[in-house]
Design a protein around this ligand. Sequence first.
Ligand SMILES: NC(=O)c1ccc[n+]([C@@H]2O[C@H](COP(=O)([O-])OP(=O)(O)OC[C@H]3O[C@@H](n4cnc5c(N)ncnc54)[C@H](OP(=O)(O)O)[C@@H]3O)[C@@H](O)[C@H]2O)c1
Length: 210
Amino acid sequence: MMQIAIIGATGSTGKELVRLALEANYNVTIVVRNPERILFDENVNVLKGNVKDLESLQLAFKNIDFVISCFGPKNNRQVNNLLSIGASNIVKACESNAVKRFVFMSGFVQADYGELSFTTKLLMPFFRLIYKDSYNDKVKAEEAIQKSNLNWVIVRASGLKKAPPERKYVAGVKTKIHFVMLPYADCAKCLLDAIVEKKWTRQIINVGKI
Ligand SMILES: NC(=O)c1ccc[n+]([C@@H]2O[C@H](COP(=O)([O-])OP(=O)(O)OC[C@H]3O[C@@H](n4cnc5c(N)ncnc54)[C@H](OP(=O)(O)O)[C@@H]3O)[C@@H](O)[C@H]2O)c1
């Protein structure tokens, strides 16, 4: 059985991802800050870790085939370099453990304007202003990943919402995305699919609602 480690497993996307990874018969390890607070399926291997603590990641990724990250700050306007520090540490820990693929969840605010629908383009200056810290930190995070020798996939998600999965999404390199909310579960499915999708290797992809 292939081994997946998930960072951000207690979050809105992460919870859906854990469920889908188990359904897909992966062996699932989650790396969380407060394991004592968590009630997860008994088949999940729960390890204590923090993306700011490289050593905790180095230990957690032993014998792991794939790493999917969907961690993020509680408040997108108070980022404190969490994303860039976390992404750099995950890259280092993946490299030293010869992880086969690293999938990183990013956001549509990072996308080139040409990849956005007309209305989304109009909203972008507003988003980039409101989420200035998050935008700048994700630029650094994505750069650290792209500089690595890993088989990475950066997944830039559209806006997301808590809703039943529709089991469909549109995704790909420079795929046009709209400002329409995608259920968290469908974004999680795309992150899981990015583990095996060969044409997404070392690519930035967009994911959104069809
Ligand atoms: N929500 C959206 O509409 C949307 C759209 C596009 C992109 N994104 C991006 O996608 C990512 C995930 O979004 P989300 O809404 O699913 O996240 P979320 O619900 O806010 O969950 C964040 C997760 O990150 C974990 N985390 C925070 N700091 C950590 C640390 N230092 N070490 C390890 N884990 C840590 C949290 O764990 P604890 O339980 O320990 O707090 C939690 O599991 C974020 O980067 C976000 O900016 C979100």
